[in-house]
Design a protein around this ligand. Structure first.
Ligand SMILES: *Cc1c(COP(=O)(O)O)cnc(C)c1O
Length: 480
């Protein structure tokens, strides 16, 4: 009891702790309140430790340098409470456009533009000629139209919002005709049937999973029809005995019946991807040429820009879409507008795209170069995991991801970690190693497949960062 009382007495006061050197500096940088709060929190914890007769703690409190230890812990608490949980990670998953890892990395031009508009007032919705209210789409509409051949364009928060807004504007209370083979789910919450419902439309699915014919569209059209829709099946492929109706045919039918034809392209590229050794994906301008009245696509998938949804097409339809009150709820801010505008500008010089847009640089990265990265890093990984796992370079295939081109297509190189049999060949060991890489200050994210931890090096640009993170990885002592 006596030693407990003494321990209580020996505890530093809030004021005393605040005057310590380490906490005084913190007060200066982060403020008085958060530091005081952390001291109180720590004091409460220690007090209940003493009350519980924690002998070790009681001994520690009575030592001379306890105050230093106490303040050090408080400082760590305060710093931790200020650290952002949104941090950069190193994407070695092999999925280039990874939705959970934030999709596209922006080029420097876009970052600079963001900084300019973020720090100042801008003419976002202000017409400098008339001095009256302007249209935020005006900053970008012309260049999007120039690149895609569209009559008009508007931009919203993401492509899911674009689809929602288009359906709600053009077909609320009506039926939307779509092939059963195109009822896509794009990860988690975005499913075409659900979006239809949210937009106030009724889904009228036609055909079968593998085959849909023009006559299926024809016979489904009635006075209740709002529009004809096609969704690019971007994250899967139906192969074998299949049939789908071409854009041209649907467009002709829509014209005869005086209905709008909407195409959701999903990833929506502006350039022919075959120049990067990829298979052909329908571009936005091709889809418009084939007769789509409205095309929707993402800003941060194959375009390589900020999160956004772009709607292009016929002037009167885009005008109606812009007037929908939902547009106000789904519009983008000046930061997105500035970044997207820069990206679109970069597309006007198609020859330098692979150097200037990080996403396209990653997609176009030569295998030889990825292999060189692998060879430079192999000894560093091997040394760290020596005795615990076998580390080697293996061929692998990266995927584009985020529903763009569904199949593994890009030949790449990986550093592969395989626990040594007998020491820890089991899945638990592998999971532990993967978790250790995720716990690094700059987490390194790979993927586990077939009993191996695979680090695909396609998207790795900062090798020094990996080396420095490796040095912070826990030491795997060889235990037998
Ligand atoms: C990805 C995708 C969407 C959703 O786009 P976000 O920009 O992620 O909102 C919609 N439709 C298709 C076909 C897609 O591939």
């Amino acid at each position: 009891m006596n030693s407990q009382n003494n321990a209580f007495k020996a505890l530093p006061s809030v004021d005393k702790a605040l005057q310590s050197d380490s906490l005084r500096t913190l007060v200066k940088s982060l403020g008085h309140e958060p530091v005081k709060e952390a001291i109180r929190e720590k004091l409460n914890e220690v007090r209940s430790g003493i009350a519980d007769a924690d002998e070790q703690l009681i001994q520690a409190i009575r030592s001379e340098d306890y105050i230093d230890e106490f303040c050090k812990d408080v400082a760590e608490r305060v710093k931790k409470s200020f650290s952002s949980s949104l941090v950069p990670v190193i994407n070695l998953t092999g999925t280039v456009v990874h939705t959970n890892l934030g999709r596209a990395r922006l080029p420097k031009e876009a970052i600079d533009a963001i900084e300019t508009v973020a720090t100042q007032a801008t003419n976002l919705e202000f017409d400098l000629v008339t001095g009256k209210r302007g249209d935020r789409d005006a900053h970008i509409e012309n260049s999007i139209c120039q690149l895609t051949g569209a009559e008009a364009a508007t931009v919203v928060n993401n492509n899911a919002a674009a689809v929602l807004l288009v359906l709600n504007t053009l077909a609320q209370g009506k039926e939307v005709i779509i092939s059963r083979g195109e009822l896509v789910e794009i990860g988690g919450a975005f499913r075409i049937p659900d979006v239809m419902k949210s937009a106030g439309c009724t889904l009228r699915e036609i055909g079968t999973t593998n085959r849909t014919h023009l006559r299926d569209y024809e016979s489904a059209i009635s006075s209740n029809t709002g529009l004809l829709m096609k969704v690019h099946t971007s994250n899967y492929e139906i192969r074998g005995f299949t049939n789908s109706v071409s854009e041209e045919e649907i467009s002709q039918l829509a014209q005869v019946k005086e209905l709008a034809f909407v195409s959701d392209l999903g990833s929506g590229t502006l350039v022919d991807l075959t120049q990067f050794g990829l298979p052909h994906e329908p571009t936005v301008s091709e889809t418009l040429e084939q007769g789509a009245d409205i095309v929707t696509f993402s800003g941060d998938k194959l375009l390589g820009g900020p999160q956004a949804g772009i709607i292009v097409g016929k002037k009167e339809l885009v005008a109606a879409i812009k007037k929908n009150p939902l547009k106000r709820a789904l519009r983008v801010d000046k930061i997105t507008m500035a970044a997207l505008s820069e990206i679109i500008s970069l597309y006007r010089d198609p020859h330098r795209l692979a150097q200037r847009i990080p996403l396209l640089a990653d997609l176009a990265r030569p295998l030889e170069e990825i292999n060189e990265v692998a060879e430079r890093l192999l000894p560093k990984f091997s040394k760290k995991l020596d005795g615990l796992a076998e580390v080697r370079i293996e061929d692998c295939k990266s995927q584009i991801g985020s529903g763009a081109l569904p199949l593994d297509l890009l030949k790449s190189k990986a550093i592969v970690i395989q626990p040594i049999a007998g020491k820890g060949q089991n899945d638990a060991e592998l999971q532990k190693i993967a978790a250790d890489f995720r716990q690094l200050p700059v987490p390194i994210i790979g993927r586990i497949h077939d009993g191996k931890l695979i680090f695909d090096l396609r998207c790795l640009r900062d090798e020094d960062e990996v080396t420095s993170q490796l040095s912070m990885l826990r030491n795997y002592a060889v235990t037998d």
